[in-house]
Design a protein around this ligand. Structure first.
Ligand code: 5AD
Ligand code: SF4
Length: 467
């Protein structure tokens, strides 16, 4: 990508203009914001302290549930006064919301003063978008239906932090679950070539990063679009994991998210089990424990098949941490169907779960379905589910007291000068007494106290510096 280092100065009429991005939603959006910061840095921008001192302000939005959209819109409205205090400020809205039909008009109606609206498929065109936002009087709207052929394999990224990095392995999702807006906002599956991914990981290792998370809407579908499904030349997610595990000196931990149980094969579990750096954490969104609801959701697996996958993981990686996403109150969900979700949660014994009330997304097949539940009904089910899951999570964490885990220390715990935090390989957050010098090291920590979501511990022995 050719980027003019003088662009920022030209657009704002001053050296080192400042940019601030507010990000909503999933890791994919977080990483897109890192890429936008990377592109803007090459245009001569520096990061602002916050929205107040920004010359360019972007809102990277999420559309997965209506609450996420409202959250972003609330924040955009709240920051409107900045347009008066700084008339030269350029404000843009991007990410998933503008990709949804009808939303650009809604955004323009609500926030007529915006300079720029764009989507998820053209962030690589940011330099020209910002130039146009400056020179054109009307709101510049540029939303692409899909990722163009000019989307570069390699984009600059200004990453948050210097220990953990996200690495996109594929874009989009071909699954079309009936409740989900993601195929609309993120388009079709498109894998990045494995050489490009490996080179990015090796570069991150050279820069001193210790942990990478392979990102995709459905990482288990990696490679299908690029290398075929079977036979000669096929190269799937398990092969990618093996390749990176063996060829990333300096990287200590490899994670991956998010998974689709349908595409997660036993071969992949075996490859993960063998790979040394790949962490024992499986986020396996189940959505429902009821076969009839799973059918209506078009999840393309049933309860038995899902439990078979969980079984492979427990068999091959006995100490694996398994987490999930669950939706309650899907259209037509009966009390019996909901009970099956409760019983599945009891059966799997998840370490943690993200639990949501179904949110209708216009344009998805589920939005046309009958028998929608009332908000109080959905709330009541969510409450019951959370009680069950939180009890399980707490019991699982209590069973960890007395055990020793390797913790990658990320830094000081907020506001405390003598407590640090980090994560187990299973991705459980642990705090323990320590100082800044531990940052970036992997140290053994004995668990002393358990909460529902986090653990407390103490250092077992003086740590060895990892080169
Ligand atoms: N309503 C509620 N939750 C949803 N999710 C996706 N779409 C919806 C929706 N329409 C949840 C799923 C998914 C997670 C990222 O968000 O559980 O796994
Ligand atoms: Fe949505 Fe299903 Fe794709 Fe996940 S796999 S992003 S739930 S469509």
């Amino acid at each position: 990508m050719q980027i003019d280092p003088e662009a920022g100065r030209r657009i704002h009429g001053k050296p080192e203009p400042r940019v601030h991005i507010e990000t909503f939603g999933c890791q994919m959006n977080e990483h897109d914001s890192e890429i936008m910061y990377g592109i803007l840095a090459q245009m001569g921008y520096v990061k602002a302290q916050g929205p107040d001192d920004a010359d360019l302000l972007l809102f990277n939005t999420c559309a997965v549930r209506e609450s996420a959209v409202e959250h972003a819109f609330g924040r955009i409205g709240q920051l409107k006064p900045l347009k008066y205090t700084n008339p030269d400020l350029i404000i843009g809205v991007c990410g998933c919301v503008p990709q949804v039909e009808g939303q650009v008009e809604r955004i323009k109606r609500m926030f007529p003063y915006l300079d720029l609206i764009f989507g998820t498929h053209n962030i690589h065109r940011l330099p020209e978008l910002v130039e146009r936002a400056r020179s054109e009087r009307e709101t510049v709207v540029d939303v692409w239906e899909s990722m163009g052929d000019d989307f570069p394999d390699i984009l600059p990224a200004a990453r948050e932090g210097d220990l953990k990095a996200w690495v996109t392995i594929m874009y989009g999702c071909d699954k079309h679950c009936t409740y989900c807006i993601v195929p609309t906002t993120r388009g079709k599956e498109r894998s990045r070539p494995y050489e490009v991914i490996l080179a990015e990981v090796q570069e991150l290792a050279r820069q001193g990063f210790k942990e990478i998370t392979l990102l995709g809407q459905n990482v288990n579908a990696y490679g299908k679009d690029l290398y075929g499904r079977h036979g000669e030349g096929a190269f799937d997610f398990g092969d990618l994991i093996e390749l990176i595990d063996r060829n990333s000196p300096g990287i200590e931990r490899i994670r991956f998210t998010t998974n689709h149980p349908k595409d997660f094969t036993r071969k992949m579990v075996e490859q993960i089990a063998r790979a040394e750096k790949v962490c024992e954490w499986f986020h396996l969104p189940v959505q429902s424990g009821s076969d009839s609801v799973l059918r209506r959701m078009k999840r393309s697996y049933n309860r038995k098949q899902y439990l078979r996958l969980v079984g492979w993981i427990r068999e091959l990686i006995p100490d694996a941490v398994i987490t999930t996403d669950i939706i309650v109150g899907f259209p037509g969900e009966t009390e019996e169907e909901f009970q099956e979700t409760l019983s599945l949660v009891e059966e799997v014994q998840y370490d943690a779960a993200f639990m949501f009330m179904y949110s209708e997304r216009a344009g998805t097949p589920a939005a046309q379905m009958e028998d929608r539940l009332s908000v109080p009904e959905k709330k009541e089910r969510l409450q019951r589910l959370m009680e069950v899951q939180n009890r399980i999570a707490r019991a699982k964490n209590e069973a960890r007291v007395g055990k020793v885990y390797d913790i990658l220390v990320e830094g000081l715990d907020k506001g405390k000068p003598d407590v640090v935090f980090g994560r187990t390989r299973g991705n459980i957050l642990v705090t323990f007494p320590g100082d800044e010098s531990l940052r970036g090291r992997i140290v053994p920590v004995r668990i002393t106290r358990a909460g529902t979501w986090t653990l407390e511990g103490e250092l077992v022995e003086s740590p060895v510096t990892l080169a």
